[in-house]
Design a protein around this ligand. Structure first.
Ligand code: MN3
Length: 205
């Protein structure tokens, strides 16, 4: 069974207060679709990898032969990262619950400080990549950043963990509306985060 673009839970214009419809449409139907297509194409040559889930593929990239490793890293990563990103966004008004705020405060002092630190990590990513809030193997929350389409599930990254929040800071994610102003895009991101989903991801096993 080939990998497929996941259905969006909202329309292209639904996140307009933060992300314009054309960016959503191109990002989802062109960029994300290309990662899916290129991943499927790469795996055609490797029937022994068929049947592995996307998570399983990403967790063993280091074991793959050189010619398939980079393709799975870039396109499998791209497919996972974008599927995750769409899922933690919502057009609905969403506020972090007290339980979620307490958890964040445990690791970042205040909720505002968490946002400030997240923004720093997202701004410090040189070129293309992602900023993440992850849950590590001891259930500790940490901020990390990965280049290109790497993500914290991969066995090849420095700090591994389970993503519970993530932001695409590739220029294709924000350039049409924000041009070079990545900081403004990061600020606007908070208005469309699905905190309920983030909470589920933090507290689920
Ligand atoms: Mn992207």
């Amino acid at each position: 069974m080939a990998f497929q673009l996941p259905k969006l839970k909202y329309q292209y214009n639904a996140l307009e207060k933060s992300i314009d419809p054309m960016t959503m449409e191109i990002h989802y139907s062109k960029h994300h679709q290309a990662y899916v297509d290129n991943l499927n194409k790469a795996l055609e040559q490797y029937p022994e990898l068929f049947g592995l889930s996307l998570d399983q593929l990403l967790q063993r990239i280091g074991d793959f032969a050189a010619d398939i490793r980079m393709k799975v890293r870039n396109n499998g990563g791209g497919h996972w990262n974008h599927s995750f990103f769409w899922d933690i966004l919502t057009p609905d008004l969403s506020n972090p619950s007290e339980r979620l705020q307490d958890k964040i405060k445990e690791f970042f002092g205040t909720f505002d400080n968490f946002k400030t630190e997240f923004k720093k990590v997202a701004l410090d990513r040189f070129g293309s990549g992602w900023a993440w809030l992850i849950k590590d193997s001891e259930n500790k929350l940490k901020l990390v950043s990965t280049p290109n389409q790497d993500n914290p599930l991969m066995d090849i990254v420095e700090e591994r963990g389970t993503p519970v929040l993530g932001l695409d800071v590739w220029e294709h994610a924000y350039y049409l509306r924000y041009q070079n102003r990545r900081a403004d895009y990061i600020d606007a991101f908070w208005d469309v985060v699905d905190w309920k989903r983030v909470e589920e991801l933090i507290f689920e096993n």
